[in-house]
Design a protein around this ligand. Structure first.
Ligand code: GDP
Ligand code: PGA
Ligand code: MN
Length: 611
């Protein structure tokens, strides 16, 4: 490419390491043109994408895109963590030696951008100036303009930061090639997709998808897998699939920060965005920091800090409505430049719709196409009951569009963490909330998080599986050292956070209804937890943690059946004893699990025997 140097000069990209990296890949991928992307290019890129038919208008300043029908979720099976250190092999990280896998994925990429534009996206995860800044920079190379639009919303995109790196070489090299989607054999023995993080080389090589979780490399591949590995290798921090929020008591002026992990599509975005302080009078304000990733470290003052490295929200559309999540709807209003992916789309009126947006789908099917692009009116009668939107359809919007975004959401110093919660979809056993004071028991609880699988990943929805700290798909190093890293980082904090396990998804065994109204009402459980941490409530001690007494929980104006409430504020001891056996099997898989974790397991098991 003759004008490569000129393109980089014109874009003001001066970092010589980045220039070398870009030149190498431009040559290897055989790209025709190169374009360096910054956030200020958004309007032009949107226009070009509209003209090319890659996105469609969905109202004023809103856009719609559909991904290939076999490319609508992260593929966990095809996701690999590679290093040159065999000791990095864990149970869940799908480890391969770099020498084995790198040639395979690079082989698929060779020449793959012939005739195409190669977009270069310099980005920063985490606000500039944070103590973890040196782990935050990356440069994504992609052949996909829609990926650029998403990255501009989800990360801080532009050349300035990358030019000014203290160590010019300290950036994540993130290469994304979409591939010929209809011919990649998705889900067959001849699957050609590879989503590889070469963690000890800080290099990400993703081939064969344009879906967000596989293609926006700043987010999950860098923000989670690479960051977790960096945190481990440096010994400095944890990179977790966590939401992060603040609860301010206006009467006392105090703010408490809660972060926590639920598996993908299990309620992080909803919890962080939409708690309903108004339902409890005017006393509380809940502010949003992040909905999917938190980096945690101990600051100079000895406190545990957290920050959200992202700049946007990639939320599940299904069931987002005025009742469940009005804040999300505000953040995707006309003019917000939000993007919708794989929802249903009306090509005449440019409206979008997803299951649960309104109680019924639009009466008049004229102009409506489902997530696969089929006209609803033409669908064969066997498909009449099929969803219009994909269950993992998404909206993408920047943090600044979220009405309750915290005023200090970009403060590089982060916020002090007071509570760490784990949860997931569990239809029985798990009460509404159980608080855990002990660090090892808290980490043990995270490691034994068991929840139902969701549509955010390919595979069986609803099947119960263990998902340590909700990191199973993002684990980049072995589980034993991971547990040790948790004990080390959190253990170093002078004011220990309280841990808790929450569950909004317990169901009636007969008719399947959710026992707890969930969504905005979840604030009630968190308020109890904050009060518990402060010693204002005592709860009832059980073998698996402390559960609120009914009278300690704020139930003002809450519509809940008395029997249902009793069920979610109790534990099923028999079920829990059985669970302990499953947990033991689960934990036994992990080599070098710290003895503190086994001790915690035995303490809980012994306490259950006493119940
Ligand atoms: P995330 O992927 O973990 O951020 O999960 P989301 O917050 O996007 O939610 C995933 C799905 O779970 C959406 O369809 C939500 O409507 C649903 N959901 C979220 N919170 C609750 C809740 O408290 N109760 C119930 N029943 N569903 C919820
Ligand atoms: P989620 O984020 O947790 O909101 O689903 C995307 C993902 O994890 O794939
Ligand atoms: Mn996630």
């Amino acid at each position: 490419m003759a004008d490569l140097e000129k393109s980089l000069d014109d874009a003001g990209l001066t970092n010589s390491s980045v220039r070398e990296y870009v030149a190498h890949w431009a040559e290897y991928l055989g790209a025709d043109r190169i374009e360096v992307v910054s956030a200020s290019d958004d309007a032009r890129l949107v226009q070009e994408a509209l003209e090319a038919g890659e996105i469609e208008p969905a109202g004023e300043g809103l856009y719609y895109s559909r991904s290939y029908s076999k490319d609508t979720a992260r593929s966990e099976e095809r996701t690999i963590v590679a290093t040159s250190r065999p000791e990095d092999e864990g149970v869940y990280n799908n480890w391969r030696h770099t020498d084995e896998i790198r040639p395979v994925v690079e082989g698929h990429m060779k020449g793959a951008m012939a005739g195409k534009t190669m977009y270069v996206i310099p980005y920063l995860m985490a606000p500039p100036g944070s103590p973890l800044e040196r782990f935050a920079a990356g440069v994504e190379i992609t052949d996909n303009r829609t990926v650029c639009l998403h990255m501009i919303r989800m990360a801080r995109v532009g050349v300035n930061h990358i030019n000014q790196l203290a160590d010019q070489d300290m950036f994540v090299r993130a290469v994304h090639v979409t591939g010929d989607l209809p011919n990649l054999g998705q889900g067959t023995p001849d699957d050609k997709r590879y989503f590889v993080t070469v963690a000890d080389e800080r290099t990400i090589l993703h081939f064969g998808s344009s879906y967000g979780g596989n293609a926006l490399l700043g987010k999950i591949a860098h923000g989670l897998r690479q960051a977790a590995y960096d945190g481990y290798a440096s010994g400095e921090f944890l990179g977790e699939q966590f939401m992060l929020l603040g609860i301010t008591d206006k009467e006392t002026g105090e703010t408490h920060h809660v972060c926590g992990g639920f598996p993908s599509a299990s309620g992080k975005t909803n919890l962080a965005m939409t708690l309903a302080p108004d339902a409890l009078g005017d006393r509380y304000h809940v502010s949003f920091y992040g909905d999917d990733i938190a980096w945690l470290w101990v600051g100079e003052d000895g406190n545990l800090y957290g920050l959200n490295p992202e700049n946007g929200v990639f939320g599940v559309a299904k069931d987002t409505n005025e009742r469940t999540n009005p804040t999300a709807l505000d953040s995707i209003e006309p003019g917000t430049q939000a993007l919708f992916t794989n929802v249903a789309y009306n090509e005449q009126t440019h409206e979008v719709w997803w299951e649960g947006k309104t109680p019924h789908h639009p009466q008049d099917a004229t102009g409506w196409r489902d997530w696969k692009g089929e006209l609803i009116a033409d669908r064969n009668p066997d498909e009449a009951g099929d969803p219009w939107a994909h269950p993992n359809s998404r909206f993408t919007t920047t943090l600044a569009n979220v009405p309750n975004v915290a005023p200090d959401f970009e403060d590089p110093k982060g916020v002090k963490i007071d509570a760490i919660i784990f949860g997931g979809r569990t239809r029985d056993r798990e009460p509404l909330v159980r608080a855990i004071d002990d660090l090892a028991e808290g980490v043990y609880d995270g490691l034994t998080l068991g929840a139902e699988a969701t549509a955010a990943a390919e595979g069986v929805e609803g099947k119960l599986r263990y998902d340590p700290m909700s990191m199973r798909p993002f684990m980049s190093y072995p589980e034993g050292p991971y547990a040790a890293q948790w004990l080390k980082i959190v253990g170093a904090a002078k004011d220990q956070p309280v841990f808790a396990h929450v569950n909004w998804f317990q169901r009636d065994p007969e008719d399947g209804h959710f026992l707890w109204p969930g969504y905005r009402e979840n604030l009630r459980a968190l308020l109890w937890l904050v009060q518990y941490k402060k010693g204002q409530v005592t709860g009832r001690k059980t073998a698996v943690g402390t559960i609120p007494l009914k009278e300690e929980l704020n139930l003002d104006g809450l519509d809940i059946d008395a029997g249902d409430l009793d069920t979610i504020l109790d534990i099923d001891v028999e079920r829990w004893r059985q669970e302990m056996g499953f947990r033991e099997e689960h934990l036994k898989q992990f080599a070098n699990l710290p003895e503190e974790i086994w001790e915690a397991h035995r303490r809980v098991a012994a306490a259950l025997d006493q119940e």
